[in-house]
Design a binder for this molecule. Structure first.
Ligand SMILES: [Zn+2]
Length: 80
């Protein structure tokens, strides 16, 4: 079972950059990721519930170890 299926066609993993810094897997140091759009679940107090539900984020899933890194800003794909 995997929730890490890329949304786009069976694309090869890509390199990504966020805030001018190349994304590197914090677990295995891999630099190739699959991109996926995910619901950003934030547990907030009840009064803020409406404000935060339904926010989308971009998840980068390491092509080697499946570590998932989540960014609320869309990472830039690096063409190498
Ligand atoms: Zn990894």
């Amino acid at each position: 079972m995997s929730i890490f299926r890329p949304l786009s066609d069976p694309a090869d993993p890509n390199h990504y950059e966020v805030a001018g810094v190349k994304v590197i897997c914090t677990h295995c140091q891999n630099q190739m990721f699959y991109e996926n759009r995910v619901q950003h679940k934030i547990h907030e107090p009840a009064y803020a519930e409406d404000q935060y539900t339904g926010k989308m984020a971009t998840a980068l899933i390491c092509s080697r170890c499946s570590m998932m890194l989540t960014f609320t800003d869309k990472p830039d794909k690096i063409v190498v």
